[in-house]
Every structure is written in C-alpha cells, then in structure tokens.
Design a protein around this ligand. Structure first.
Ligand code: FES
Length: 132
C-alpha cells in the first residue's frame, strides 16, 4: 500500500465504525465513544423517520449525559430526544432544544459517513458548553 496523500489518510484514521445500516429501527439509539483531540467523548446514533443522526451525549443546559438510564434518549412516543436531568426536549432531526432550560440551543452533531452498509462517525469540532 502506498504512502499516498497524508491529509486524506489522517482524516480517514479519525473516523470510527459505529454501526450498520438497518441496525436501528425508528426511535432506537446506540451509544459509542470517539477519541477527539486526545480525549474520549461519548456520543449516540439514532434512527428517526428513516434517517440516521448522531450527537454528542452532552446536554446543552449543563454538560451532563442526556441518558440517566443507559441509552434512553427518546420520549415514550419516540417523537423527541429528552434529557433526563431536567427535561430538556430536543428535535431528533436537528438537535434543537425546543423546550426546557436550554431552549434555542443545539445538541452538537456528530458527522456521519455511510459506505455500503457501514456507518462511520467523525469527531466534530468540540464547542464550548453553555452554562459551564
Ligand atoms: S442537564 Fe439536561 S436539562 Fe439540565
């Protein structure tokens, strides 16, 4: 294998296989970790209305995990993502907080790449946390 383009190789090395297409049904989620800038960050993959999205598992109210019960992100009716700490309610498609103490803020999205049946995630640029 050739040494090739080091920029491309570096980018490729940062992504992580996090799942398979079809693995999650609507309203299901799966947690994973990424190593970003030398630190491990927790994130989660969701399936919502036929599309896949991923976000850091970090509420925009206080930098706590959303899932007080492991891997429970969705409301009972599977319509919203809920932070179990103080009830912040997020739109699954966009990550926008539409109700609660962080209304108007956004979950930090995790870029996904789909190749064949494989789902890869890349580190997002880590943002400052609101209120911390
Ligand atoms: S930590 Fe999520 S709503 Fe307060």
């Amino acid at each position: 294998m050739a040494g090739g383009n080091s920029t491309v190789d570096k980018r490729k090395s940062k992504r992580k296989l996090v799942g398979q297409v079809g693995e999650l049904a609507h309203g299901e989620s799966k947690k994973f970790t990424l190593r970003c800038g030398g630190i491990g960050v927790e994130a989660f993959l969701i399936s919502y209305e036929g599309s896949l999205h991923a976000y850091l598992n970090r509420c925009r109210h206080i930098a706590l995990s959303l899932d007080w019960l492991d891997n429970q992100f969705f409301s009972e009716d599977k319509r919203f993502l809920i932070c179990a700490n103080h009830g912040a309610t997020y739109e699954p498609k966009t990550g926008e907080c539409i109700w609660g103490p962080c209304a108007g803020a956004w979950l930090q999205g995790v870029p996904l790449e789909i190749e064949g049946q494989k789902i890869f995630a890349r580190c997002p640029e880590l943002e400052e946390q609101n209120g911390v």
